[in-house]
Design a protein around this ligand. Structure first.
Ligand code: PEP
Length: 251
């Protein structure tokens, strides 16, 4: 049985005080919730304040990216040790905004995933197709390339420690959520790809999230699908009430 995971990606929103207030609100509302597993991913500069605000709560801390090198002349980058130093247990990798706006490649995602695993962080590796790619019937091809190249060289033991998030790019920030069946089909395909690279125990155990316009009014139907093991939430994670409703699968 896979433990569901709900992760909030706060992206580049708010100042430290806003992140603190959001974290305090979540802590107050989610004090007793132990399931699903909950992770919030604030901007780097708010991580320390959010860790403080979440102290003693079950909500875990994640970052939105990491560099693959341990240290050195990488101006502007953040290492896995820096993330752990500030209390992170998770890190989002290969988000479509990083792939499509910042030019991140499969190789970058692969190096970051390996570095996160080596450090003991849980990578949340994002994959997903553009609308044009879906319209051309290439959804599975895109996903397969992202999985094969992004997760190249990972052992079954490595794969059992990662989380994959299927995020169709056309659904992110657009309000156009994928139909639960559509998301389920891709998540099942991803599980099959994992099986081809590992074993049935790993494929059955790996958590595959859905992300893209997840809101309180669609989470329940998404979570009812067999291969959707949680959600990566953008916009709706920026407000205490909507994120709490998503965590509880209620509208
Ligand atoms: C995201 O960016 O990971 C995301 C899912 O965004 P939204 O929920 O706002 O569509």
């Amino acid at each position: 049985m896979r433990a569901p995971l709900i992760a909030g990606n706060w992206k580049m929103n708010g100042l430290v005080r806003d992140a603190q207030a959001l974290a305090q609100g979540l802590r107050a509302r989610l004090e007793k919730d132990s399931a699903p597993e909950i992770v919030v991913c604030p901007p780097f500069l708010a991580l320390a304040a959010v860790r403080e605000a979440l102290a003693g709560s079950p909500v875990k801390l994640g970052a939105q990216d990491v560099h693959w090198e341990a240290k050195g002349a990488y101006t502007g980058e953040i290492s896995t040790a820096m993330l752990q130093d500030v209390g992170c247990t998770h890190v989002i990798l290969g988000h479509s905004e990083r792939r499509h706006i910042m030019g991140e490649t499969h190789e970058h995602v692969n190096r970051k995933t390996r570095a996160a695993l080596a450090a003991g962080l849980t990578p949340i590796v994002c994959v997903g197709e553009l609308l044009e790619e879906r319209n051309m019937g290439d959804t599975n091809g895109v996903i397969e390339r992202q999985i094969v190249k992004g997760l190249e060289g990972l052992s079954a033991a490595d794969l059992s420690r990662i989380v994959i998030a299927y995020e169709p790019v056309w659904a992110i920030g657009t309000g156009k959520v994928a139909a639960p069946r559509q998301a389920e089909e891709v998540n099942r395909f991803i599980r099959k790809l994992v099986l081809q690279r590992s074993d049935s125990r790993t494929a059955e155990g790996i958590r595959i999230l859905y992300g893209g316009a997840v809101k309180p009014d669609n989470i329940k139907d998404l979570m009812a699908e067999e291969d959707i093991d949680g959600a990566l939430v953008g916009g709706a994670s920026l407000e205490v009430e909507s994120f709490v409703k998503i965590v509880r699968y209620t509208s």
